[in-house]
Design a protein around this ligand. Structure first.
Ligand SMILES: [Zn+2]
Length: 283
Protein backbone atom coordinates (compact mmCIF):
# COMPACT_ATOMS: atom_id res chain seq x y z
CA UNK A 1 0.00 0.00 0.00
CA UNK A 2 1.47 3.40 -0.94
CA UNK A 3 2.47 5.39 2.13
CA UNK A 4 3.34 9.07 2.42
CA UNK A 5 6.82 8.85 0.83
CA UNK A 6 5.43 6.91 -2.15
CA UNK A 7 2.62 9.45 -2.57
CA UNK A 8 5.12 12.31 -2.37
CA UNK A 9 7.26 10.53 -4.98
CA UNK A 10 4.22 10.27 -7.27
CA UNK A 11 3.51 13.97 -6.73
CA UNK A 12 7.09 14.89 -7.58
CA UNK A 13 6.98 12.67 -10.66
CA UNK A 14 3.73 14.26 -11.88
CA UNK A 15 4.92 17.81 -11.28
CA UNK A 16 7.18 18.27 -14.33
CA UNK A 17 4.56 16.64 -16.58
CA UNK A 18 1.51 18.53 -15.25
CA UNK A 19 2.63 21.90 -13.89
CA UNK A 20 1.39 24.72 -16.12
CA UNK A 21 0.12 22.21 -18.66
CA UNK A 22 -3.44 21.87 -19.94
CA UNK A 23 -5.46 18.67 -19.74
CA UNK A 24 -6.41 18.32 -23.40
CA UNK A 25 -8.58 15.26 -22.93
CA UNK A 26 -9.82 13.30 -19.94
CA UNK A 27 -11.24 9.81 -20.20
CA UNK A 28 -13.12 8.26 -17.31
CA UNK A 29 -13.68 4.56 -17.94
CA UNK A 30 -15.91 3.63 -15.01
CA UNK A 31 -18.40 5.29 -12.67
CA UNK A 32 -16.10 5.31 -9.67
CA UNK A 33 -13.60 3.49 -7.52
CA UNK A 34 -13.98 3.39 -3.75
CA UNK A 35 -16.65 6.08 -4.15
CA UNK A 36 -18.44 7.30 -7.28
CA UNK A 37 -16.47 9.83 -9.30
CA UNK A 38 -17.88 13.38 -9.23
CA UNK A 39 -20.48 14.20 -11.86
CA UNK A 40 -19.16 15.01 -15.34
CA UNK A 41 -15.60 14.55 -14.14
CA UNK A 42 -14.11 14.19 -17.65
CA UNK A 43 -15.83 17.40 -18.81
CA UNK A 44 -14.72 19.35 -15.74
CA UNK A 45 -11.10 18.28 -16.25
CA UNK A 46 -10.93 18.87 -20.00
CA UNK A 47 -9.33 22.21 -20.87
CA UNK A 48 -8.19 22.90 -17.30
CA UNK A 49 -4.66 24.13 -16.74
CA UNK A 50 -2.72 22.76 -13.76
CA UNK A 51 -1.64 25.62 -11.50
CA UNK A 52 -0.23 23.69 -8.57
CA UNK A 53 0.36 20.15 -7.29
CA UNK A 54 0.21 19.71 -3.54
CA UNK A 55 0.10 16.83 -1.10
CA UNK A 56 -1.89 16.60 2.11
CA UNK A 57 -1.33 13.36 4.04
CA UNK A 58 -1.68 10.64 1.40
CA UNK A 59 -3.77 12.77 -0.96
CA UNK A 60 -2.43 14.47 -4.07
CA UNK A 61 -4.21 17.77 -4.71
CA UNK A 62 -4.11 19.23 -8.20
CA UNK A 63 -5.24 22.88 -8.28
CA UNK A 64 -6.82 23.72 -11.64
CA UNK A 65 -7.36 27.00 -13.49
CA UNK A 66 -11.13 26.28 -13.35
CA UNK A 67 -11.18 27.02 -9.59
CA UNK A 68 -11.48 23.35 -8.73
CA UNK A 69 -9.01 20.97 -7.14
CA UNK A 70 -8.63 17.36 -8.25
CA UNK A 71 -8.06 15.08 -5.27
CA UNK A 72 -6.26 11.80 -5.99
CA UNK A 73 -5.93 8.95 -3.51
CA UNK A 74 -4.00 5.84 -4.55
CA UNK A 75 -5.82 3.60 -2.04
CA UNK A 76 -4.32 0.10 -1.71
CA UNK A 77 -3.07 -0.54 -5.22
CA UNK A 78 -3.38 2.69 -7.22
CA UNK A 79 -0.60 3.32 -9.76
CA UNK A 80 0.23 6.32 -11.89
CA UNK A 81 1.82 5.67 -15.25
CA UNK A 82 3.36 8.34 -17.42
CA UNK A 83 3.83 7.84 -21.15
CA UNK A 84 4.53 9.91 -24.23
CA UNK A 85 7.23 11.97 -22.53
CA UNK A 86 10.61 11.73 -20.89
CA UNK A 87 10.66 10.40 -17.34
CA UNK A 88 14.20 10.58 -16.06
CA UNK A 89 16.26 9.05 -18.85
CA UNK A 90 13.40 7.09 -20.37
CA UNK A 91 10.86 7.88 -23.05
CA UNK A 92 7.72 5.78 -22.87
CA UNK A 93 5.32 5.13 -25.73
CA UNK A 94 1.64 5.09 -24.81
CA UNK A 95 0.89 1.52 -23.71
CA UNK A 96 -2.15 -0.43 -24.87
CA UNK A 97 -5.00 0.17 -22.39
CA UNK A 98 -5.08 -2.35 -19.57
CA UNK A 99 -8.02 -3.76 -17.68
CA UNK A 100 -7.58 -1.61 -14.59
CA UNK A 101 -6.76 1.69 -16.32
CA UNK A 102 -9.67 3.70 -14.98
CA UNK A 103 -8.80 7.33 -15.72
CA UNK A 104 -6.61 8.65 -18.54
CA UNK A 105 -5.47 12.28 -18.77
CA UNK A 106 -3.93 13.45 -22.03
CA UNK A 107 -1.79 16.53 -21.52
CA UNK A 108 -1.38 19.14 -24.28
CA UNK A 109 2.36 18.35 -24.41
CA UNK A 110 1.56 14.85 -25.68
CA UNK A 111 2.16 13.21 -22.32
CA UNK A 112 -0.40 10.80 -20.94
CA UNK A 113 -1.13 10.04 -17.29
CA UNK A 114 -2.93 6.78 -16.60
CA UNK A 115 -4.47 5.93 -13.23
CA UNK A 116 -4.57 2.16 -12.81
CA UNK A 117 -6.09 0.58 -9.70
CA UNK A 118 -6.69 -3.17 -9.60
CA UNK A 119 -8.28 -3.30 -6.15
CA UNK A 120 -10.29 -0.08 -6.63
CA UNK A 121 -9.78 1.37 -3.14
CA UNK A 122 -8.44 4.53 -4.74
CA UNK A 123 -10.43 7.72 -5.17
CA UNK A 124 -10.72 10.86 -7.24
CA UNK A 125 -12.83 13.86 -6.42
CA UNK A 126 -13.25 17.48 -7.50
CA UNK A 127 -14.01 20.30 -5.09
CA UNK A 128 -13.77 24.11 -5.12
CA UNK A 129 -10.12 24.99 -4.34
CA UNK A 130 -11.21 27.64 -1.82
CA UNK A 131 -12.98 25.01 0.31
CA UNK A 132 -9.75 23.01 0.56
CA UNK A 133 -9.48 21.66 4.04
CA UNK A 134 -13.25 21.39 4.52
CA UNK A 135 -13.33 18.32 2.27
CA UNK A 136 -14.57 15.34 4.31
CA UNK A 137 -11.36 13.39 3.62
CA UNK A 138 -9.13 16.29 4.72
CA UNK A 139 -11.13 18.05 7.45
CA UNK A 140 -10.09 16.00 10.47
CA UNK A 141 -6.46 15.37 9.62
CA UNK A 142 -3.76 16.30 12.13
CA UNK A 143 -0.59 18.19 11.21
CA UNK A 144 1.71 17.09 8.38
CA UNK A 145 4.71 15.19 9.80
CA UNK A 146 7.11 17.26 7.69
CA UNK A 147 5.38 20.60 8.41
CA UNK A 148 6.02 23.14 11.18
CA UNK A 149 2.77 22.43 13.05
CA UNK A 150 4.08 18.97 13.87
CA UNK A 151 6.58 19.67 16.63
CA UNK A 152 7.70 18.45 20.05
CA UNK A 153 5.05 20.43 21.97
CA UNK A 154 2.25 19.03 19.80
CA UNK A 155 3.38 15.41 20.03
CA UNK A 156 4.12 15.43 23.78
CA UNK A 157 0.66 16.92 24.44
CA UNK A 158 -1.06 14.49 22.05
CA UNK A 159 0.49 11.41 23.69
CA UNK A 160 0.12 12.54 27.32
CA UNK A 161 -2.31 10.38 29.29
CA UNK A 162 -3.07 8.11 26.33
CA UNK A 163 -3.75 4.54 27.29
CA UNK A 164 -3.30 3.13 23.77
CA UNK A 165 -0.03 1.56 22.59
CA UNK A 166 2.35 4.07 20.99
CA UNK A 167 2.05 2.15 17.69
CA UNK A 168 -1.69 2.82 17.58
CA UNK A 169 -1.28 6.44 18.68
CA UNK A 170 1.17 7.22 15.86
CA UNK A 171 -1.23 5.68 13.34
CA UNK A 172 -3.99 7.99 14.59
CA UNK A 173 -4.44 10.51 11.76
CA UNK A 174 -5.61 13.22 14.22
CA UNK A 175 -2.23 13.13 15.96
CA UNK A 176 -0.12 13.11 12.81
CA UNK A 177 -1.40 12.87 9.24
CA UNK A 178 -0.21 10.31 6.75
CA UNK A 179 2.02 8.15 8.92
CA UNK A 180 1.32 4.51 8.02
CA UNK A 181 2.11 1.06 9.38
CA UNK A 182 5.49 0.55 7.70
CA UNK A 183 7.03 3.85 8.72
CA UNK A 184 5.67 3.72 12.29
CA UNK A 185 7.49 0.38 12.71
CA UNK A 186 10.70 1.94 11.39
CA UNK A 187 10.34 5.06 13.57
CA UNK A 188 9.80 3.06 16.78
CA UNK A 189 12.82 0.86 16.06
CA UNK A 190 15.03 3.88 15.51
CA UNK A 191 13.65 5.45 18.71
CA UNK A 192 14.22 2.25 20.74
CA UNK A 193 10.58 2.27 21.86
CA UNK A 194 8.48 -0.92 21.96
CA UNK A 195 5.32 -0.69 19.82
CA UNK A 196 3.42 -2.15 22.82
CA UNK A 197 4.40 0.60 25.24
CA UNK A 198 1.45 2.74 26.35
CA UNK A 199 1.71 6.18 24.71
CA UNK A 200 1.05 7.95 28.03
CA UNK A 201 3.88 6.04 29.73
CA UNK A 202 6.58 7.47 27.47
CA UNK A 203 8.59 10.30 29.06
CA UNK A 204 8.23 13.73 27.42
CA UNK A 205 11.91 13.63 26.45
CA UNK A 206 11.48 10.34 24.58
CA UNK A 207 8.18 11.50 23.04
CA UNK A 208 9.82 14.74 21.86
CA UNK A 209 12.70 12.76 20.37
CA UNK A 210 10.20 10.99 18.10
CA UNK A 211 9.61 14.18 16.09
CA UNK A 212 13.04 14.41 14.42
CA UNK A 213 13.10 10.62 13.98
CA UNK A 214 9.75 10.72 12.14
CA UNK A 215 11.05 13.51 9.91
CA UNK A 216 14.29 11.63 9.21
CA UNK A 217 12.63 8.30 8.40
CA UNK A 218 10.12 9.92 6.02
CA UNK A 219 12.75 12.27 4.58
CA UNK A 220 15.11 9.40 3.79
CA UNK A 221 12.31 7.41 2.12
CA UNK A 222 11.29 10.44 0.04
CA UNK A 223 14.93 10.88 -0.97
CA UNK A 224 15.15 7.27 -2.19
CA UNK A 225 11.86 7.81 -4.05
CA UNK A 226 13.41 10.88 -5.66
CA UNK A 227 16.43 8.94 -6.85
CA UNK A 228 14.11 6.22 -8.20
CA UNK A 229 12.60 8.88 -10.49
CA UNK A 230 15.97 9.24 -12.16
CA UNK A 231 17.20 5.66 -12.39
CA UNK A 232 16.40 2.30 -13.97
CA UNK A 233 13.59 1.49 -11.54
CA UNK A 234 11.46 4.01 -13.37
CA UNK A 235 12.01 2.25 -16.68
CA UNK A 236 8.35 1.18 -16.69
CA UNK A 237 7.06 4.76 -16.55
CA UNK A 238 5.39 3.93 -13.25
CA UNK A 239 5.75 6.42 -10.42
CA UNK A 240 6.03 5.91 -6.73
CA UNK A 241 7.32 2.43 -6.00
CA UNK A 242 10.95 2.07 -5.13
CA UNK A 243 13.51 -0.07 -3.37
CA UNK A 244 13.47 0.27 0.39
CA UNK A 245 16.00 -0.60 3.00
CA UNK A 246 13.70 -1.27 5.94
CA UNK A 247 15.34 -2.09 9.25
CA UNK A 248 12.43 -3.97 10.82
CA UNK A 249 9.42 -3.94 8.50
CA UNK A 250 8.99 -7.35 6.85
CA UNK A 251 12.13 -8.71 8.57
CA UNK A 252 10.62 -11.18 11.06
CA UNK A 253 13.30 -13.63 12.26
CA UNK A 254 16.19 -11.53 10.90
CA UNK A 255 18.92 -10.01 13.06
CA UNK A 256 18.41 -6.55 14.48
CA UNK A 257 20.50 -3.93 12.67
CA UNK A 258 21.11 -1.84 15.81
CA UNK A 259 24.87 -1.94 16.41
CA UNK A 260 25.72 -4.30 19.28
CA UNK A 261 22.09 -5.39 19.85
CA UNK A 262 22.13 -8.99 18.57
CA UNK A 263 18.34 -9.27 18.94
CA UNK A 264 15.94 -10.95 16.49
CA UNK A 265 13.08 -9.06 14.82
CA UNK A 266 9.64 -10.24 15.91
CA UNK A 267 6.22 -9.77 14.40
CA UNK A 268 3.13 -9.21 16.51
CA UNK A 269 -0.38 -8.11 15.52
CA UNK A 270 -1.78 -4.90 16.99
CA UNK A 271 -5.23 -3.58 16.03
CA UNK A 272 -5.24 -6.09 13.18
CA UNK A 273 -1.94 -4.92 11.69
CA UNK A 274 1.56 -6.36 11.80
CA UNK A 275 4.13 -4.69 14.03
CA UNK A 276 7.77 -5.62 13.48
CA UNK A 277 10.16 -4.81 16.30
CA UNK A 278 13.21 -5.93 18.23
CA UNK A 279 12.26 -6.96 21.78
CA UNK A 280 15.86 -6.48 22.90
CA UNK A 281 16.56 -2.83 22.00
CA UNK A 282 12.97 -1.52 21.88
CA UNK A 283 11.63 -0.94 25.36
ZN1 LIG B 1 17.65 -4.64 18.52
Amino acid sequence: MPELPEVETVRRGLEPVMMGAVIARAEVRRAGLRWPFPERMAERLTGARVDRLRRRSKYILVDLSTGETLLIHLGMSGRMLISGTMLGKFHHEHPAPEKHDHVVLDIDSGARITFNDARRFGAMDLFPTGEGEAHPLLARLGPEPLGNAFNETHLVAALAGKNTPIKTALLDQHIVAGLGNIYVCEVLHRAGISPRRKAGRISSARAAALVPIIRDVLGEAIASGGSSLRDYRQASGELGYFQHGFRVYGREGASCTTPGCGGTIRRIVQSGRSSFYCPRCQR
